[in-house]
Design a protein around this ligand. Sequence first.
Ligand SMILES: Nc1ncnc2c1ncn2[C@@H]1O[C@H](COP(=O)(O)OP(=O)(O)O)[C@@H](O)[C@H]1O
Ligand SMILES: [Mg+2]
Length: 143
Amino acid sequence: MPPETSDALIIPIREQQDVLTARQKARTIASGLGLGIADQTRLATAISELTRNAILYAGGGECQLWDQSDDNTFRIRVEVRDQGPGIDDIALAMRDGYSTSGGLGAGLSGAKRLMDDFEIETSSAGTRVIVTLERSRQESFYI
Ligand SMILES: Nc1ncnc2c1ncn2[C@@H]1O[C@H](COP(=O)(O)OP(=O)(O)O)[C@@H](O)[C@H]1O
Ligand SMILES: [Mg+2]
């Protein structure tokens, strides 16, 4: 796991408005790097799903955003964590269509699909999901 840099942006997640704030800040980072609307939207969608889960299943949490780009790669890392009850069966929770709340059950699986890296850690002390969007600086994706 990469070191946590000091310029991480931390957004407390308690209510729907915080979801919008986190989405917007991520879009700003992505557009500032020159990433296109499609990638901005991928990032915003993954953040929506993960932060809404933190609200719904854990009563809130925190979203951290980092620009970890280097000479070769644009890289935005998002960590959403909470201190809720955790997920009993990750494999089941990751399955498309599985929901304990009557939802679509496409949040975790969708975030994984949309992002380039997905990690989840969960225990009875809480849940931490880390997703990363990565793009080569060499390729043209400014759409
Ligand atoms: N942060 C979390 N804390 C506890 N349980 C969670 C968390 N995120 C997801 N889950 C569990 O994983 C299931 C699947 O999540 P998700 O794919 O987002 O679908 P949905 O939210 O539509 O149910 C949820 O129904 C819930 O049981
Ligand atoms: Mg969900």
